[in-house]
Ligand binder design. Structure first.
Ligand SMILES: [Zn+2]
Length: 136
């Protein structure tokens, strides 16, 4: 088992109507990635899909993937392509329970957003994950 130092929250930076399959296709066929971008993805209805086992690497944050588990919600941009926190209530609930579960497995890991890593110029996940999950 690899050492997990970070539980990282992301948005997919897609429309909320994007499907898990279309996102996987983009990674494989457009970006040419062998690994998925996240270990878990949460759909607007709250459904959680595991795309990659925790002990396998997902491509969430360049240079930080070897010690991170990545969790994303589908959404994060408005119709103009601007960053927005448009999580549904179901997504918020599922994300929180998933993070609680991961924290129980990796009690030493820090919970933070993609944007909280140094040198990241993205808005992802479009909310303050450190603040939101501080009390967990
Ligand atoms: Zn991200």
């Amino acid at each position: 088992m690899r050492q997990i130092n970070y539980i990282v929250a992301h948005c997919t930076a897609t429309s909320q109507t994007a499907t898990v399959e279309s996102i996987k296709n983009y990674w494989q066929n457009t970006l040419g990635w062998r690994n998925p971008g996240y270990n878990y993805i949460v759909e607007p209805d709250g459904r959680i899909t595991q795309l990659q086992p925790d002990d396998k690497i997902a491509n969430g944050v360049r240079g930080e993937n070897h010690h991170s588990v990545h969790v994303a919600y589908i959404g994060g941009i408005d119709t103009q392509g601007n960053a927005i926190d448009n999580r549904t209530v179901a997504q918020k609930t599922s994300l929180k329970s998933l993070i609680i579960e991961l924290q129980a497995k990796y009690p030493l890991a820090k919970v933070q957003g993609h944007r909280d890593f140094p040198g990241v110029a993205k808005a992802c996940p479009c909310f303050d994950a450190r603040e939101e999950y501080r009390e967990l």
